[in-house]
Design a protein around this ligand. Sequence first.
Ligand SMILES: Cc1cc2nc3c(=O)[nH]c(=O)nc-3n(C[C@H](O)[C@H](O)[C@H](O)COP(=O)(O)OP(=O)(O)OC[C@H]3O[C@@H](n4cnc5c(N)ncnc54)[C@H](O)[C@@H]3O)c2cc1C
Length: 328
Amino acid sequence: MRTCDVLIVGGGPAGSSAAWKLRRAGCDVLVLDQERFPRLKLCAGWITPEVVRDLEIDIGAYPHRFLTFERMHMHFKGLHLPVRCVQHSIRRVEFDAWLLERSGAPLIEHTVRQVREEQGAYVIDEEFRCRYLIGAGGTRCPVYRTLFRELNPRAAALQTVTLEHEIEYDWRDPDCHLWFFDHGLPGYAWYVPKQDGWLNIGIGGMAERIKRSGRSIHEHWALLTGKLGRTLARGARYDPSGYSYYLRGPVEVVRRGNAFIAGDAAGLATRDMAEGIGPAVRSGLAAAGTILTGAEYRLTDVTGASLGGGAVSRLVDWAMTRGAGKAA
Ligand SMILES: Cc1cc2nc3c(=O)[nH]c(=O)nc-3n(C[C@H](O)[C@H](O)[C@H](O)COP(=O)(O)OP(=O)(O)OC[C@H]3O[C@@H](n4cnc5c(N)ncnc54)[C@H](O)[C@@H]3O)c2cc1C
């Protein structure tokens, strides 16, 4: 049986952030992921300046595609609001592998199936044993499923459903575009260019409300790509894939003994924009901090709103979720 102090299930942003902080403090850390890196993660790849700051990324030294938007175009049912900003895009396939490698933590390709407690330790699949366990395995995290699901059930009304495709495309418009609530979608669609000729197109919304609306996510996708074919992305061809995750609800229990959950495993994406990378990074760092210092594991510094938390955030949150389960 292989032993370590801290075992992290999942090498996405939550897991790699925790691993990075723990390794820098000299901890004995091991990361398990079911996929071989670099791995595909469905995601628009928009990251905020907070992510760059939290992870102390030197943008000039980042070795992969990185694009900064100085303007975002918000479209609300025909109303066009260009907003000056500083936001960024990366390709997840590159970013996640780079973060994990930078952490310096050993990575083993392994699909975690079983987690059990034994005399103050955790045993994983009868192969790994650790004193601290971080569940950073995303929506289907086995640590969440085994140790937290009953204590911290996810609200069905906060489940998002998405469709996206990232393609090589010689885009002309270098700004990010977002279309909110088109054709009754309880969510938004995006056009996110990446450096050097890559483009991510996608659509996401609240799963239950889409189901009830009578128009499927695939029909919304067809409307979006039809529009883009006439405007920003002429001639582009797509083969979209879907994924689902949870917006932040009243997250009650994120630590149990020496086991923690972070990122999508804890359902932390923001209520107004469904932004999950920033919350994954912050919560991963916070879990690592607790292991290092013994401080309480708290999510108070993990934002639940991308648009500042004021009136606009609350309005978009309400329009998406109709107030389903207040955020913690
Ligand atoms: C279509 C789409 C677009 C999005 N766009 C954005 C965006 O632009 N900006 C943003 O901030 N957020 C976005 N999000 C949300 C964001 O992708 C997630 O919130 C973020 O990836 C969460 O990070 P994480 O580390 O918690 O989980 P993940 O990134 O999902 O990583 C979890 C890891 O755990 C591994 N794993 C899972 N199960 C097991 C197991 N049993 N054993 C071992 N390993 C396992 C997986 O292979 C994976 O590598 C988007 C999501 C989707 C679906």
